[in-house]
Ligand binder design. Structure first.
Ligand SMILES: C[S@@+](CC[C@H](N)C(=O)[O-])C[C@H]1O[C@@H](n2cnc3c(N)ncnc32)[C@H](O)[C@@H]1O
Length: 237
């Protein structure tokens, strides 16, 4: 049994809110592992990614709406589950977004967080984090909002401040696969290549392009494992 199955399979979803849903990737996990759901509503500030999300989920019980997570356009206590995945390090004001999520959650409802972090890594995981941080630096120098990943304790401190109860935490470390797997390396190299193209447009492009090439070298020499990920489920008292 994986951790999603363990933590989600007893949850009756009801009304589910997926904050900063992007292209709706995590909606697949919610659909697959929650015991049930009435509606999944994905919100994101970027209309372009929502168009892709709508294409990815043609289902009358799954909707996507453009909205700023810092000011959710919902009454308090409207949702049975609020979820945020892989997005904390893309937010300008993490505290405000988390506060809004808790406001929108019913008492007894579940708050779910899935977020990568930078602690306890193998060399191969360190390569994944370094590539992620470099991509964040490219995005930031082009004016986008993409921060470095958090330390695991920083994530837990944010959650402590929300005064939730029954907090359950699971860690994924993704270190069982072969770090030199050619297919995985090729796929990450594709991501790196996309960012090399972006880096050409960025201020300070020489240094960013050199860092990108150094990362490519490390990727081929040392391989890659995905970043450590923390999964957390908690209840609103
Ligand atoms: C890495 S992507 C989302 C990944 C997605 N949750 C998943 O697990 O597949 C991060 C998203 O955060 C969104 N975002 C950043 N700030 C936001 C805000 N204030 N309100 C809503 N969405 C925001 C971005 O537009 C982007 O689509």
């Amino acid at each position: 049994m994986n951790a999603f199955e363990e933590l989600f399979s007893s949850l009756e979803g009801g009304r589910v809110l997926d904050v900063a849903t992007g292209e709706g990737g995590y909606v697949n996990i919610l659909k697959r592992y929650l015991k049930s759901y009435a509606i999944v509503l994905g919100i994101d500030s970027d209309d372009k990614v929502l168009a892709a999300a709508r294409n990815n989920h043609e289902n009358p019980n799954i909707e996507f709406v453009q909205m700023d997570a810092e000011q959710l356009g919902f009454r308090s206590e409207e949702f049975d589950i609020v979820n945020i995945s892989a997005s904390l390090h893309h937010l300008e004001n993490v505290t405000r977004v988390l506060g809004e999520m808790v406001r929108a959650l019913k008492p007894g409802g579940r708050f779910i967080l899935t977020e990568m972090h930078r602690d306890g890594m193998t060399t191969a995981q360190f390569n994944a984090i370094r590539i992620h941080h470099w991509a964040a630096a490219v995005d930031s120098s082009l004016g986008g909002l993409h921060d470095r990943t958090f330390a695991r304790d920083e994530l837990l401190n944010y959650i402590d401040d929300l005064n939730l109860s029954n907090v359950i935490v699971r860690d994924f470390s993704h270190t069982n696969s072969n770090p030199m797997d050619e297919k995985a390396i090729k796929s990450v190299e594709g991501y790196l290549d996309q960012y090399m193209l972006r880096a050409q447009q960025a201020p300070g492009s020489d240094s960013l392009l050199q860092q990108g090439e150094d990362l490519r070298h490390a990727l081929h020499e040392e391989g890659l494992h995905r970043e450590p990920v923390l999964l957390l489920v908690a209840e609103k008292p």
